[in-house]
Write a protein that binds this ligand. Sequence first.
Ligand code: NAD
Length: 366
Amino acid sequence: MTSTYKIAVLPGDGIGVEIVPEAVKALKAVAEKFGHKFEFTEALVGGAAYDAVGHPLPPETLAICKSSGAVLLGAIGGPQYDELPVHLRPEIGALLPLRKELALFSNLRPCMLFPGLLEASTIKEEVIRGVDIMVIRELTGGLYFGDKYREKTPDGGQKATDILTYSTYEIERIVRFAFEVARKRRKKLCSVDKANVLESSRLWRETVSGLEKEYSDVETIHMYVDNCSMQLIRDPRQFDVIVTENMFGDILTDEASMLTGSIGMLPSASIGGEVGLYEPSHGSAPDIAGQNKANPLATILSAAMLLRYSFSMDKEAEVIEQAVTRVLEEGYRTGDLLSCSTEEKEIKLLGTREMGDVIVERIMLL
Ligand code: NAD
């Protein structure tokens, strides 16, 4: 009897409602090709959930996620929700608690340059050719989860505080995971911190150093975050696996996305608990929402990660990745992947839905 794999589908806001259906189409094509049974259950999250039921993470949504094998999320947020009380804002009220509830302490963001996209990056070809980096970001600790408060100051102004805390346990768990990932790749680990200034970073560095002996087959280096941000642009090929804390990872991965041509190409997997969460690294892009302009490939590649990490379907994941490679090589592009030099080639500009259709065609052909 064929098993049924349950997937919670949370499109969210903005372009989320456009890109997620394209990833679902790709997953359905994989199911048809390989004879799998995927059961999709859609649920509200973010601003859409707030508008419908008054909270960005309704209990029903959380229950659907917890009873699924994996969660596929689009993006959440938008300017219309920026003035809500903090606990009702989509990211703080939904994304952070979802990560915490599902115990997703580890965020994987592969940053790989598809050969067809060499010219789409704003960085010189000779610098980015062959880039293949896995950024592993700690996801449930640090500044984003620390206490936050405001106080009045005697001069009539205010003082705002965000607490940044990390424990040995939290650091060790993510760093061990990163060492294991590095072992399966090119065996190089770069741990990023700000140990020259921050106490939490000094504990981070000591903890990584303490584990180095156990993973002596992996070449480990330590780098300050400001230097890492510069090195990513100067010589990105020096990196294999990068491991870092929550906020540094948030910022560095957006920077790394530019190596791949567009933030619309960067998928992510958040794992650690029983149910993994898969989402593109970008936000809800309100500036292009509802125009069929968004690049769905980061979400489609996130669906490939879902198959690999939650359902151990490596072959199926590869078929999606190959379909993306093929489509880009054939010159298909969404608007964000166009660059000045692209005019020379035969480029076919597609909308979100049409890009999803071409991917499905290639999945079936491969
Ligand atoms: P963003 O990632 O939404 O957009 C940044 C820029 O990249 C925009 O110009 C946008 O058009 C472009 N872009 C992003 N994804 C694209 C895609 N798939 N195809 C083509 N172009 C794409 O970041 P932002 O503008 O800072 O934030 C917009 C909203 O998204 C905010 O409300 C923010 O809070 C939210 N946000 C949500 C998440 C999430 O859901 N995980 C992450 C980041 C930001």
